[in-house]
Write a protein that binds this ligand. Structure first.
Ligand code: NAP
Length: 553
């Protein structure tokens, strides 16, 4: 009964360290870890101890006897990562070296104190790494009243197991030395220099909050939008609740075929009664209930073998939705299958080759994967009516009507005031997380390496940054904070009286779960006002805790 890693794998590598026989790969020290679509359990070496099940923060691992029918393809997928061997292997020794936590050499001026800007996975994994050392203090600043970045506002609502990583994040946030400053906008409420005056270092883990722009005529027309905004809208991000989303047309075209495009297409074609059991934002659910969309076309400029979506997500999509291909695209898949290719791509192509034919009548909302289409212009005079493509590599033109056109061509980082910015790569230039020519400043996550990878990819990314930061601290390269740590709380409140702490976040969290009424994981607040009102109901901490907090400062 070997264990199997399934679709919601977050690749943070926790299972690798928990496994006593080193049968989960690629491990963080192996080539290929950074780009792996998921991790795989060797079914021959697995000793069925279940240690990985408890370690996995997203519930992605199960014994092969307990898989749902939709998860069965993952048995083969895990096994296929390893060479074929006869018989059971003896358990291997534990080979994967656990990354050594950075040793902080305490200095005379007080404990190492770090500000982290942003509260998504890269931020929380960085805090986790720093707090492995006694006495270190981490203050996490987040613009919104709610933490956890794209786990809350990006991961699709029908992927609730992935969102379970927040239980791990809650544990990290409850560690001694961790303080939340939510609803505080670094850049407008506080400046970079002010943060540095209160800390030894600042780590920016602010992600890539905007999207790459498609430069074609008509892209400004009403009826066009970006998948990143659409994702924020259905996830209840307060800045996108009022996004005008018109679902009155029968077709939606999505340009680009990464995992975000798959998420958006799935949400657009899933039965709203199924979505009603998730934490999808209320206004999005209402709009989807009256949607007239029958077909979502995901248009890629290259061929099937170059599909940007990952294999686990394709398996999940085909299990959840009706997915079809045009006959010409079926031919493309067969042509790509005839070429020599790696095992992962071959696996994707084999799944694509078994998809239904788009010429069959549409009986329920479905998804069509389309290939070889380079967007040339958006059709329509006053509002988008479709897309004109060139057939990639030719001068042939194809027009496709559409009531809504969404571009899903990748996220993009934004410049941070006071730090350098590489406009072409849309990242803050850095070496291992150290911001170039800006002492005391560090980056982690998408603003450091660009918008690629999964939630867990940020664990090793953040660890690298923290290791370098601690090395700088130990080598005396960081300036002592000018202010005592006890001054920070008053300073922040002076700038943003509505700052929300961990108790405030817990009050928001509890209220959302209660609004879900047991039928949904939670019913999200979608406005900052509602969130702040819920936070204000948090009970004041008992006197002895306040005194203790004062003493710790
Ligand atoms: P992505 O994976 O980088 O895909 C971008 C897509 O846009 C590609 O198909 C790309 O085509 C296309 N594209 C780029 N420029 C274009 C242009 N000018 N014209 C037409 N097409 C263009 O981006 P993403 O989907 O936003 O995902 C971002 C990251 O988040 C990825 O690492 C993804 O795996 C991750 N993510 C993971 C999950 C999950 O695991 N469930 C969910 C969501 C996101 P080319 O390949 O031809 O350039």
């Amino acid at each position: 009964m070997p264990h199997v890693v399934t679709q919601s794998c977050c690749s943070d590598g926790s299972c690798v360290y928990a496994c006593p026989v080193n049968c989960i790969h690629p491990s963080p020290d192996e080539p290929g870890f950074a780009t792996a679509e998921m991790l795989y359990i060797d079914p021959v070496a697995c000793v069925d101890c279940g240690a990985c099940v408890s370690a996995c923060p997203v519930g992605a691992i199960a014994p092969d006897s307990k898989l749902t029918p939709e998860q069965l393809p993952f048995v083969e997928l895990n096994a296929a990562f390893y060479p074929k061997r006869e018989g059971k292997l003896p358990p291997t020794s534990k080979l994967a070296p656990v990354l050594e936590a950075p040793v902080v050499h305490a200095q005379r001026g007080g404990p190492l104190t770090v500000a982290i800007v942003g509260s998504g996975p890269a931020a929380i994994y960085a805090a986790d790494e720093l707090l492995t050392q006694q006495g270190v203090r981490v203050n996490v600043f987040e613009k919104l009243p709610t933490p956890y970045g794209l786990v809350r506002a990006g991961v699709a609502p029908d992927h609730q197991t992935t969102k379970r990583v927040t239980a791990l994040f809650d544990k990290i946030a409850a560690r001694p030395g961790f303080t939340f400053y939510l609803n505080v906008d670094v850049g407008s409420d506080l400046t970079h220099d002010e943060l540095l005056a209160h800390h030894h270092a600042v780590i920016y883990a602010v992600g890539a909050p905007t999207d790459r722009r498609l430069e074609v005529d008509g892209i400004e027309l009403p009826g066009t939008g970006t998948a990143t905004e659409f994702v924020a809208w259905y996830n209840g991000h307060p800045d996108f609740t009022d996004l005008p989303v018109d679902l009155s047309g029968e077709r939606v075209v999505i340009i680009g075929n990464g995992n975000v495009a798959l998420d958006v297409a799935r949400i657009l074609t899933t039965d709203p009664d199924v979505l009603a059991r998730t934490d999808i934002a209320d206004q999005a659910l209402d709009a989807l209930r009256t949607s007239r969309v029958q077909e979502v076309v995901i248009a890629a400029r290259r061929g099937p073998a170059a599909s940007a979506f990952t294999l686990p997500e394709l398996i999940g999509l085909t299990a959840a939705c009706e997915v079809v291909l045009d006959p010409t695209d079926h031919q493309r898949v067969l042509a790509d299958l005839a070429e020599e290719t790696d095992a992962l791509t071959r696996n994707k192509l084999e799944i694509l080759s078994k998809l239904g034919d788009a010429s069959t009548p549409i009986t329920r909302p479905r998804i069509r994967l389309a290939y070889g289409l380079t967007p040339a212009r958006i059709l329509g005079d006053t509002t988008a009516a479709g897309v004109e493509f060139t057939v990639t590599g030719t001068d042939d033109r194809v027009q496709m009507s559409s009531g809504l056109v969404l571009t899903s061509i990748g996220y993009r980082g934004k410049p941070i005031r006071g730090l350098p910015f590489d406009d072409a790569a849309a990242v803050v230039p850095n070496e291992g997380g150290r911001v170039a020519d800006t002492p005391g400043s560090y980056v982690a996550g998408w603003i450091k390496r660009g918008p690629t990878g999964f939630i867990g990819t940020n664990k090793s990314c953040a660890a690298e940054t923290v290791h370098n930061l601690v090395a700088d601290y130990n080598n005396g390269l960081l300036t002592e904070p000018r202010h005592k740590s006890s001054a920070l709380e008053r300073f922040v409140r002076g700038r943003q009286p509505a700052v929300i702490d961990a108790a405030g976040w817990k009050a928001i969290d509890d209220a959302e779960v209660a609004r879900g009424g047991g039928l949904r994981p939670r019913d999200k607040f979608t406005s900052v006002t509602e969130m702040c009102a819920a936070a204000a109901t948090a009970p004041a901490p008992p006197l002895h805790q306040r005194l203790l907090a004062g003493l710790r400062r």
